[in-house]
Design a binder for this molecule. Structure first.
Ligand SMILES: Cc1ncc(C[n+]2csc(CCOP(=O)(O)OP(=O)(O)O)c2C)c(N)n1
Length: 357
């Protein structure tokens, strides 16, 4: 199997054809992909800024991964079901999850305030790789129901070192589960580079499990869309899983708690800045005559207004009910939870204002 990445747009925005994976989109659809990526980048930038201003506890940035996420998510149908990791904010936006919910979660106001059934978008998973098993089980279930649903699991290159991911690959293969494994190889698992994680290119790991794997240029939104669409259609036809390795780069820190200058070379970051997914599609739109400067200005303005709205709303979010965390742990009262709630009440009481002077 070739290790070359499927590419439909060169880094300078030139359209190239691919014999196996290709796609023709209208100008409107192309503009839509551009808008999705710009809005996602802006929401993400707000997440970083708000964390820096002390408004959020943490933020995992998607900067650089917009094409991988938007391209793959726009290949999904409404009835499909997504099992994301914790960095998949652009996928969330494409599934109509209100970005305020994402920010609220990282502010600690809720535990993920959306209903997965409303959006076909599961809650974020922080336990690396475990969502691949959830996705596989769900896919086996929908297959048994005879539903026309396909499932997609998002995970990183580091996650492929987890046993859960290998188990998911094997189960999905032997049951022909309608699941697409979408690995965003952003080349770093916190400070651990991909070459310290695997001896073979990630997409080739699928060979050993008996299903196809393909590498796609993860900074090329068209290629990500075309390949994911083919993988989802294959899954829907009952032909089983496929592994898509979107080869991309995490431009920012792992999370706002991380300092990547401690472990990676700025030349590498510079090099990847030249492959920016948004600039690439913009060049293509201009080349086609599918958008003019007023369109790009309008999208920038929309992104700016969204950011302003998010900032204002996040700052005015009421503090969560401190005891809510103890609710819904069990359906019925539970002695241990009662004990923990009491201990927490005593702890909170330490901070009570005892009167001024
Ligand atoms: C089971 C488990 N082990 C370790 C961690 C700590 N951890 C958090 S993020 C991370 C790296 C994940 O890298 P990757 O899968 O490449 O995803 P990325 O963050 O690059 O999107 C690790 C090891 C965890 N959250 N869960």
């Amino acid at each position: 199997m070739s290790t070359d990445a499927v590419q439909l747009l060169t880094p300078d925005g030139r359209r190239v054809r691919h014999p196996d994976y290709d796609i023709d989109l209208s100008h409107e659809e192309l503009r839509g992909l551009y808008r999705d990526m710009v809005l996602a980048r802006r929401v993400d930038g707000e997440g970083v800024t708000l964390q820096r201003q002390g408004e959020l506890g943490l933020w995992p940035s998607l900067l650089g991964q917009e094409a991988a996420q938007v391209g793959s998510a726009r290949a999904l149908r409404p009835a499909d079901h997504v099992f994301p990791s914790y960095r998949d904010h652009a996928v969330a936006l494409c599934r109509d999850v209100d970005p305020l919910n994402l920010l609220a979660m990282f502010r600690g106001v809720n535990n993920g305030g959306w209903d997965p059934t409303d959006h076909g978008f599961h809650l974020y998973t922080l336990v690396i790789g475990s969502q691949t098993l959830h996705a596989t089980g769900y896919a086996m279930g929908v297959a048994k129901d005879g539903a026309e649903t396909a499932v997609i699991a998002y995970f990183g290159d580091g996650a492929t070192s987890q046993g859960d991911v290998s188990e998911a690959f094997n189960f999905a293969a032997v049951y022909d589960a309608p699941v697409v494994f979408f690995c965003q190889n952003n080349q770093w698992a916190i400070s651990e580079p991909t070459e310290r994680q695997t001896r073979v290119p990630i997409h080739r790991r699928a060979d050993g499990f008996g299903f196809p794997g393909v590498r796609v240029d993860g900074n090329d939104v068209l290629a990500c869309l075309a390949v994911t669409k083919a993988a989802l259609e294959r899954a829907r036809r009952g032909e089983g899983p496929m592994l898509v390795e979107a080869y991309t780069y995490r431009m920012g820190a792992h999370t706002t708690s991380d300092d990547p200058t401690k472990y990676r070379d700025s030349a590498e970051v510079e090099e990847w800045a030249g492959r920016d997914p948004i600039a690439r599609l913009k060049a293509h739109l201009l080349d086609l005559g599918a958008a003019d400067p007023s369109y790009f200005d309008a999208v920038d303005q929309e992104a700016g207004e969204l950011a302003q709205h998010l900032r204002a709303r996040v700052r005015s979010m009421p503090a969560p009910d401190a005891e809510a965390i103890f609710r819904h742990v069990y359906a019925d009262p539970h002695a241990l939870v009662d004990e923990e709630r009491e201990a927490f009440r005593r702890y909170e009481a330490n901070f009570a204002v005892t009167g001024g002077n």
